[in-house]
Design a protein around this ligand. Structure first.
Ligand code: BG6
Length: 491
């Protein structure tokens, strides 16, 4: 007997809100005991992945010795460190139910593996969490968001060396002990599936290695992250069994270029290389299909005794993900101008979709496909913890930003999220990226803006840091107030 009723809209307790990351907002990179993160050593300039995937140890050391702020935009972010009260008030004004932030490891342990945590750094997060509590906004906290302490890259080559797991364990024990009672929703690694693309995700430098050696190093580093994530999950369960630890992946929905079985098979195989991560973190074990991939690519993952049991026992309670775009798998060689490389999507163009000014294909329906596939495969609650549009915004002379393109982007994705809820998907919430303009991760620039609130700041770090509500601010406020009731009518 099947039920004939189904959810028609967002649940009453749906977590509406936004998301951000420490290295893109906080600033205050060298005060009150903070150490440098790798992210804060990436130079600006707007070239996609120009530096983050190709950094050398020499470049990193030079950046660490360089006291400049303007050359490294993640050193100033949007100065959330000094504006968090204003920013959280703006989020409250929009009616946010939840806000995702990350804790900077290097603010708590400046070298990553110090014996004693930096109390001043912890006090900053005490203040931020107190402010969120004041407005009844649920914090969602990422433990690792692309910001491995730079000192650990010098010492261990980031996550490539197993010894980093002990340092990470001390860091997670420290923050979880302090906040496990205040924070119900945690995430381990941001977009862990970008770990094979380079320095930003694993903090490991491999520029001088052959492609084969790079793959070996990156998958080994990822294994260490899986282990550190499981350790953090264990710690959280011991500290507060009611709290939830999620994993987080960047999701580019994958399509075959045609019904040609060769394309379909290729799409499946390429997609497995992304599903691998939630397969490990939600199902708790390395999937069989990776054995063949590892053998074909001469990759050997060194595991310590007990690793497999740890992964099995301390798997994620929920699956969160970012969704910006989709990708196409094509078995036929195409001209290089038909290929696209955006975010993690390294594939081919899709003639049915248009792109953002940065070439990211806009595909709201792909979000519904993703939600259905993830729910069918994992049967754990899902959480959209990033979705948004990077665009150039114009501030009018009377201080307004008419970002109807951002409203359209967010609305179209929300319509599809609602459809997925009607399909039966268990969706915890929707956190758009990002409430307040911030430094883009991949291009380290302010020009590519994501916010509902404009920040008066340019790529060179010049500006007043003044916050200005965009049109999308008022639109999202209304969406939250009406619990997403009227979205379809706007189309
Ligand atoms: C996600 C990251 O990949 O995309 C964020 O988790 C990032 O840190 C966001 O900011 C948007 O990407 P970008 O490179 O345009 O900032």
């Amino acid at each position: 007997m099947y039920a004939t009723d189904y959810p028609r809209t967002f649940p009453a307790n749906f977590m509406w809100g936004g998301a951000s990351a420490a290295s893109q907002i906080e600033g205050a990179w060298n005060i009150e005991g903070k150490g440098l993160s790798g992210a804060e050593c990436i130079v600006g300039g707007g070239q996609h992945n120009a530096t983050q995937d190709n950094v050398t140890l020499k470049e990193l050391k030079a950046a660490m010795a360089d006291q400049a702020t303007n050359r490294y935009p993640k050193r100033h972010g949007n100065d959330f460190y000094h504006h968090y009260r204003t920013d959280i008030k703006l989020m409250a004004e929009m009616g946010f139910k939840a806000y995702r932030l990350s804790i900077a490891w290097s603010r708590i342990f400046p070298h990553g593996d110090d014996q004693v945590p930096n109390e001043q750094g912890l006090r900053f997060y005490d203040r931020v969490l107190a402010e969120l509590r004041h407005y009844g906004i649920e914090p969602v906290v990422t433990l690792f968001h692309y910001d491995t302490p730079a000192a650990l890259t010098v010492k261990y080559n980031g996550w490539a060396d197993r010894r980093i797991v002990a340092a990470a364990k001390r860091y997670t024990q420290t923050v979880l002990s302090r906040y496990a009672d205040q924070v119900k929703y945690w995430l381990t690694f941001n977009e862990i599936n970008t770990g094979t693309t380079g320095f930003h995700a694993t903090g490991a430098i491999d520029k001088d290695l052959t492609p084969a050696e790079q793959l070996q190093l990156r998958y080994q580093a990822l294994h260490h992250q899986f282990v550190a994530g499981a350790i953090a999950t264990k710690q959280l369960r011991e500290l507060n069994p009611q709290a939830k630890m999620g994993c987080m992946v960047g999701r580019d929905q994958t399509y075959p270029a045609s019904p040609n079985p060769a394309d379909v098979l290729l799409a499946q195989k390429e997609d497995q290389l992304n599903l691998f991560y939630p397969d490990v973190q939600v199902r708790g074990e390395y999937p069989e299909y990776m054995n063949r991939y590892f053998a074909d690519h001469h990759i050997h993952i060194k595991m310590a005794a007990g690793d497999q049991e740890l992964l099995k026992k301390y798997h994620a309670d929920y699956l969160s993900f970012s969704y910006y775009t989709s990708r196409v798998s094509n078995s036929r060689p195409l001209a290089s101008d038909q290929k696209i490389t955006v975010n993690m999507a390294r594939g081919f163009n899709n003639p049915y979709l248009t792109g953002t000014p940065w070439g990211w294909l806009i595909d709201p329906r792909g979000l519904r496909v993703t939600l259905n596939e993830f729910w069918d495969r994992y049967r754990v609650p899902l959480f959209i913890v990033e979705n948004g549009l990077g665009a150039v915004d114009q501030l009018t002379t009377n201080g307004q930003v008419h970002d109807d393109y951002r409203i359209a982007y967010l609305r179209d994705h929300l319509v599809q999220a609602k459809e997925a809820i009607k399909d039966g998907v268990d969706l915890l919430g929707y956190l758009m990226w990002s409430p307040i303009d911030l430094v883009s991760f991949s291009t380290s620039e302010m020009t590519k803006r994501y916010g509902l609130v404009y920040v008066d700041l340019d790529d060179k770090g010049q500006g007043s840091y003044r916050r200005i509500r965009k049109d999308s601010f008022y639109w999202y406020q209304n969406v939250i107030q009406t619990n997403g009731e009227k979205l379809e009518e706007e189309q």
